[in-house]
Design a protein around this ligand. Sequence first.
Ligand code: OXD
Ligand code: MN
Length: 598
Amino acid sequence: MKDTVKNEKLNKWIREVADLCTPDDVYICNGSKDEYRLMIDKLIKSGIAIPLTKRPNSFLFRSDPSDVARVEDNTYISTSSREEAGPTNNWIAPGDLKKTMMDLYKGCMRGRTMYVIPFSMGPIGSPISKIGIEISDSPYVVVNMHIMTRVSSRVLELLGTDGDFIPCLHSVGAPLAPGQKDTKWPCAPIEKKYISHFPEENLIWSYGSGYGGNALLGKKCLALRIASAMARREGWMAEHMLILRLTNPEGKQYHIAAAFPSACGKTNLAMMQPSIAGWKCECIGDDIAWMKVGADGRLYAINPENGFFGVAPGTSYSTNPMAMDTLKENVIFTNCALTDDGDVWWEGKDGDEPAHAIDWKGKDWTPESPTDAAHANARFTAPASQCPVICKDWEKPEGVPIDIFIFGGRRTGVVPLVYEAFDWEHGVFLGATAASETTAANIGAVGNLRRDPFAMKPFCGYNMGDYFKHWFDMGDKLGSKAPRVFYVNWFRKSQDGKFLWPGFSDNSRVLKWMCERVDGRVGAHKTPIGLLPNEGDLDLSGLHLSADSMKELMSIDLTAWKAEIPDIEKHFSTFGKRMPERLKKQFQRFIDALGKHV
Ligand code: OXD
Ligand code: MN
């Protein structure tokens, strides 16, 4: 260990964790292809990874049926006061939480290997990147981190003897007694799962889950919860946003960052192929954006991740062909179904359902089975570099200049297809009041409407009232160079329960309107909720959509909007003194505007 790890803080931490968790072995990862192969071979041998004959170097994993998604109820922002974590986060005092978790960590890696994973969020060595070290007892975590982050011994070299890093401690919470046979997906019961963040000391402790954002700590824990708190302190932004580049037929580029809650189509939009002639879309990132003000006063974004951890069900050549092409090789699938010819399958994939498959729980499945073959939150982990439309500038250290912000969610009714904020302050109001129906990305009920401000409710590492203020502060800094703000809803349904908008590649029509708004080429009309496209300005050429559907998509039902007021009031009241006056003013303006239209 001494040979590879020269960093004093890291050496000390590794020793402390090893003493506490008492693993059988300690292994320092180097991020090489050989290492990946070695880990996968071990996982195959123990029957945990299933090689897919149809996809080179690709494997299927099945989780424990209790460990299938993020666990927001067990996720903590542990600041010195409850007030600092705010009303949207679970809170336990750091001393108490650390005591509980130290007791859990004691001996928790017995019978296992402790992996030390040096990784960089953002290109290694870039000034905007952050170094993390994840210690984990899960080989599944190691192979996923290889894809989702930049794992490399170069990270250790960069750290030198005294460089700083973000410690991320993870255990599946399932020690093995001597001779005890391991399960295929070890994890702890729900009451022992803790996903804990200590933003005042840039520290992450996760225990009991091996799944996705609970365990791959570079993603939600570091790149959003810890990074959002750092960003506020340091004057930048860490957001739950995809980043894409749109190029118009004249070759002009626009960069768009869009925030939608989990499993609401960020990956689909990030890789969307426009249905309108002459427009081109390239992907920069599908989940997280780190943004800083550049020397020219504009806001520049990078994608800190190295891969996609996307929702498989619903992904197909008709919804997201570029994702399908990304998934041809070198992919880890989790909780998908296995077909008899050695491929993965999920609900919504192209072609006929298989006549027989093994479902995500490892049981025989046929189309007559009463349950789905793949779990609704089944995932693929794939290298971003394999995406056929990955932007050539996706790893540019300085990032790309953002022209447009989009907020949105999954709303069956009320919210029209698209509208624009009057200005930045109004845009902050739109982000702060964003609401969406819940999805399977979290353990819990699906389909319930909840306020999910800026799609950051599960990911903001400090008081959300202060986060709103940070958005106003960023607007002040950016002034006239601030991105324009829009709100979209791809999910509005007709009275008879059918989606009104075709979505996917046709969302390019909406993005085109936004770009033309930026260029001042099209107008918009003022409504109480924002600026809506003038008739004829949305490019609907070649789209078979009835005038009635279009009208319904764009309609504003004032009674329904007024019915939102008490819920927004309740939502805002939870922030008490931390609620910015500027946001209260925007809310009053909204109420007044609706009042004028009785
Ligand atoms: C994700 C999520 O995995 O938001 O990206 O749940
Ligand atoms: Mn996400």
